[in-house]
Design a protein around this ligand. Sequence first.
Ligand SMILES: Cc1cc2nc3c(=O)[nH]c(=O)nc-3n(C[C@H](O)[C@H](O)[C@H](O)COP(=O)(O)OP(=O)(O)OC[C@H]3O[C@@H](n4cnc5c(N)ncnc54)[C@H](O)[C@@H]3O)c2cc1C
Length: 488
Amino acid sequence: MNQKKAIVIGCGIAGLATAIRLSAKGYKVQVYEKNSYPGGKLSHFEQEGFQFDAGPSLFTQPEHVTELFTLCGEKAEDYFTYTKAKIACKYFFESGIIVNAYANANDFADEMSSKLGEDKNLVLKYLETAKSTYHNIGKLFLDYPIKQIIKLPFSKISNALKSTKLSFLFSSLSKYNESQFSKPETVQIFNRFATYNGSNPYKAPAMLSMIPHLEQNEGTYYPFGGMISITNSLYSLALKQNIDFVFNSKVTAINLKDKKASSITANDNEISADIIVSNMDIYYTYKHLLNDEIKAKNILRQERSSSAIIFYWGINTSFPQLELHNIFFSTDYKNEFQAIFEKMDLFDDPTIYINITSKMEGNQAPPGCENWFVMVNAPHNINQNWDALRQKCRTNVINKLNSILKTNIEEYIVTEDFLDPTTIDSKTSSYTGSLYGTSSNSKFAAFLRQSNQSEHIDNLYFVGGSVHPGGGIPLCLRSAKIVSDLIH
Ligand SMILES: Cc1cc2nc3c(=O)[nH]c(=O)nc-3n(C[C@H](O)[C@H](O)[C@H](O)COP(=O)(O)OP(=O)(O)OC[C@H]3O[C@@H](n4cnc5c(N)ncnc54)[C@H](O)[C@@H]3O)c2cc1C
């Protein structure tokens, strides 16, 4: 029997994982990628001896990566190694309070009690609820195609129904957190998790309160070699599976025959396949590859997720008070989100995230130096003046860091680069530079994301951060599993 052929459009983490899964199923797989490198947002660059992960920096649930090696009969540790961070994140407040979010839930609750005066039991109870919500409700959404969830047998959904509190749907995450804790700093720390899918905690449903389970109960991980080793190890695995990669090849059309996806056009050639999977942003897939204006417009009916401004700074000194992941909170979180999601602007007192992989591995920066990935949440692109906004943001970030860290950070920046919503769009074709496709600001958002299989076109599937179940590495990897399970 002839081997069936699958084409994957885009070599982001979800495209790579889908290619590996389909190859393990016996398909001959070809991946077309417009860039010259694999990984999409999960890419990397080196500048003057400093290693920079260009996009994602927070890694949870490594089992979704290692599972792919097992699936192909390989030992994951031969390709990919990682370690758990002792401190999931370090939080800095303008008041001078510093909180270490230890990866161990009990130590974290003790820290919240001693630094903030928060009731330790409230923190532990919150994390227990987050865990059961994740296992009883979250996993249903993350592991199944959206259309199958409503058809699941009662035995599978009964726990979800029992665990669903009305407040999860009808309260915002912030309102829910205010009802759970006594200290505003605790509320702010737990509100932050809405940004994990580019959402606004003052609008997004309290269902997102399950997200801290991943970081505070399960932990955050550091892949040795930096985040890029996730891409590199999966790319090596894919090559070993004889998957064919065609780089520098922009796909310009998905062609149909009798309502079936039958071929793609790339480099003016038509290449046929039995199955086509698009890992491209879903808006661009409909608009440019399928020429379907109506479906493209439908995608935009959902609010876009936030974007970001990132400064990559080579720092020629070290800051012992910083960890792998650090957050410097705004003093007015509510107005910061209002600026981002309603005024489509940056806030003058931004919350700043700093990731420093040289804290985990010295070779990520020259001796005595640190590689800083400095990120501020930003609105998606609606043609704001990004050059001006970025300059203003840089000044605000430096002033805030100088004030909290009691330093003059500019003196230590020896090399620099940046990313903003327009370059996120141009480098990874993410419409308007949104990091996660659509936001989860509405309670129906999880149901309204694009499903993984086309309803009107046979043999066509969608995978990655802009479709079900959502953005972020673990969800993209789950999306690849859902797609592969849908393909018989
Ligand atoms: C700055 C930033 C920080 C982030 N932080 C985190 C984090 O800390 N943790 C986390 O889990 N997630 C994070 N994310 C989100 C995460 O990076 C994404 O959800 C995930 O990487 C998306 O993977 P993907 O495979 O869906 O798509 P992408 O990585 O966007 O890949 C899509 C690929 O398709 C290619 N492509 C597009 N159009 C075409 C075409 N016409 N023809 C051929 N190829 C095409 C693109 O070049 C790209 O390589 C972050 C994202 C960004 C940008």
